[in-house]
Design a protein around this ligand. Structure first.
Ligand code: SIN
Ligand code: MN
Length: 272
């Protein structure tokens, strides 16, 4: 992946960059089959919705070992499409993955993600600088009805905002931006943008951009995959009571770029 100067400027200005058609239909279908397989596994790497008990988030699909390991997702993590894009956006070739998460916002059951900045959690993981980028891979066609993501363009330039822990709204504990601060910020910011697109679209976004998504009210799944890239030099410092490795990786070895042929070495999996 090689971004143009205009794309780099857009990412700096807006805090996100949408790239359509980065993964082909066969690749997206293989990823969905992998998630059908993995979500049946009984592991603490997986958070289930309070309602319905379906998977909300699955972690650590990119490593070569562990209960949720997947060669396909590892291949994608190392592909020049994703890794090369992250290296260019971060201006650093030595990256590792802080975590991967698959947010399976499933039809009807899939729940809200409140307004937050990702760095609100990651600074508490001991990461000193907000120099991280996330690659979101759309596995369905997210819409406002199915709970697509919303970004406030340019909000990454507000810096590191105060946050509070919300462990009540969903089964997932989240550091959120308090309502009074949010309303004040929204009064003077561009309108939030709905991040919609065809399956296979990738969106790179800055770790300080304000984002949220609503409940999935539709009959369609809204499955997203997230790769969080961080420069090795920005790896976490020691913190008391660190979160588990599946969400705060300690595998800080620089990623070695692989091939864009991500299906080549992927194991055969049962069809959906
Ligand atoms: C997140 O912000 O981490 C997840 C949001 C979503 O998947 O809708
Ligand atoms: Mn987030």
């Amino acid at each position: 992946m090689q971004f143009t100067e205009a794309q780099m400027k857009q990412y700096d200005r807006d805090g996100f960059l949408v790239v359509e058609g980065m993964f082909e239909a066969a690749e997206v279908a293989a990823m969905k089959r992998e998630l059908v397989r993995i979500q049946a596994i009984d592991t603490d790497h997986l958070v289930r919705e309070r309602a319905g008990g379906v998977a909300k988030t699955i972690y650590r699909v990119h490593e070569a070992d562990g209960p949720t390991a997947s060669m396909l997702f590892r291949n994608a993590a190392l592909s020049p499409r994703l890794l090369g894009g992250a290296q260019q956006l971060l201006g650093d070739d030595a990256l590792y993955i802080h975590h991967t998460k698959c947010n399976l916002k499933t039809a009807i059951d899939g729940s809200v993600w409140q307004w937050h900045q990702d760095y609100g959690a990651w600074k508490r993981d001991g990461i000193a600088r907000p120099d991280m980028t996330t690659a979101l891979v759309m596995l369905d066609e997210p819409t406002p009805m199915s709970g697509c993501l919303y970004f406030i363009p340019g909000s990454h330039r507000l810096g590191d905002l105060a946050s509070e822990m919300d462990d009540r709204t969903t089964a997932y504990r989240l550091w959120i931006v308090p309502k009074a601060d949010l309303v004040r910020i929204m009064e003077t910011s561009p309108e939030p943008v709905a991040i919609t697109g065809a399956p296979g679209t990738v969106v790179f976004f800055h770790c300080n951009i304000l984002h949220a998504s609503g409940h999935n009210l539709s009959r369609h799944d809204r499955w997203h995959l997230y790769y969080v890239y961080n420069p090795v030099v920005n790896r976490p410092l020691d913190v008391p009571n660190p979160r588990p490795d599946y969400v705060r990786s300690r595998n800080w070895a620089p990623l070695v770029p692989g091939s864009d042929d991500i299906l080549a070495a992927a194991p055969a999996v049962a069809s959906v």
